[in-house]
Design a protein around this ligand. Structure first.
Ligand SMILES: C[S@@+](CC[C@H](N)C(=O)[O-])C[C@H]1O[C@@H](n2cnc3c(N)ncnc32)[C@H](O)[C@@H]1O
Length: 301
């Protein structure tokens, strides 16, 4: 299985393997909190033959894919899969008997390429589908619930705070107005309204991009989950274990930076400065454009 056969090209793969190799790569317990299509997980298992994988994803499609694609490793007792939000790791660990500490941990946040590309998941305005956007389809609110029921001010807040849209008020008002006649059901309906109201201001970027990002973060409470999970993961690192976190949003990166800083009595920052993609990284994988990587090592030297 090559990196792109899975439909998802992993970001910062060489950098992640590098920080793991300098840490406790061999004979390690590796926790992948955002398995996706297993691009990082596959590379980590290949690079460190003594390593065992504990994989989380809240999306059942990702877990089904992993169980099939890593069948040999599952049967050999080298890989285990958990369909859960990694913020709930303590509950899963209590039932499953986890190792005392993990040597390597990775969070590669956001959505996978298959999630974006499959119209029925409703993440993308390029593919018409139901306004869903849930990573975990077992429950919770959909994007349609938010768009059709949250009041105009709450919608504007989501677009400003999570989507980082500067002036979303006309769009929020138009949504509140139009849904009175007919609720929004599809990604194209919402994208069409945003195109009509905002027009194409920035060259190259669809006007709905940031609105959709804000909605996706709200639907999945991605910032809340990140704030909850980071201290828990740091608590579960073995001595000299390393936690690498890849973010794609400035608010996520700020949370990672602040939580790592707040735990400097329990560990160190592996890189003083945040790692950003090189021009080659972005050429090879445009998704890497806004990516940032930070790494925390447990134990004070
Ligand atoms: C960017 S993809 C990961 C890609 C993966 N590293 C690879 O190389 O294939 C992010 C994945 O993490 C999952 N995810 C995001 N936040 C999560 C969370 N808090 N808990 C569990 N899974 C999460 C998403 O469902 C998605 O499948």
């Amino acid at each position: 299985m090559s990196r792109s056969d899975t439909g998802h090209v992993p970001v910062f793969l060489d950098q992640v393997l590098g920080v793991f190799a300098d840490g406790r790569g061999s004979a390690a317990n590796y926790l992948d909190g955002t398995f996706g299509r297993g691009g990082h997980a596959r590379a980590v298992l290949e690079r460190f033959p003594g390593c065992r994988l504990w994989a989380f994803d809240q999306d059942e499609d990702a877990i089904r894919f992993g169980q099939a694609e890593f069948k040999a490793e599952v049967e050999a007792g080298r890989a285990r899969f958990f369909k859960a939000n990694c913020a709930d790791i303590d509950e899963v660990a209590a039932a499953e008997g986890f190792p005392a500490g993990f040597d390597l941990m990775l969070l590669d946040l956001g959505v996978s390429s298959p999630q974006l590309d499959e119209a029925h998941r409703g993440f993308s305005f390029y593919h018409d589908g139901p306004l869903d956007m849930r990573m975990n389809r077992a429950g919770g609110v959909t994007a349609a619930d938010i768009v059709n029921t949250w009041d105009e001010q709450e919608l504007a807040r989501v677009f400003i705070e999570l989507g980082e849209v500067q002036r979303p008020f006309r769009v929020a008002r138009a949504i509140a107005h139009d849904r009175e006649t007919k609720p929004f059901e599809t990604t194209r309906e919402l994208a069409g309204l945003i195109e009509r109201v905002d027009g194409w201001r920035k060259k190259g970027s669809h006007p709905a991009t940031r609105y959709f990002m804000g909605l996706r973060l709200a639907v999945n409470d991605e910032l809340g989950a990140l704030e909850r999970v980071l201290p828990v993961l740091i608590g579960r690192l073995a001595d000299k274990g390393r936690l690498a976190v890849i973010t794609f949003h400035s608010l996520e990166d700020r949370i990672v930076k602040n939580v790592f800083k707040a735990h400097l009595d329990r560990g160190t920052l592996v890189n003083k400065k945040v790692i950003k993609p090189t021009d080659d990284d972005v050429r090879a994988n445009p998704r890497a454009r806004s990516a940032k990587l930070r790494v925390f090592q447990k134990g004070v030297p």
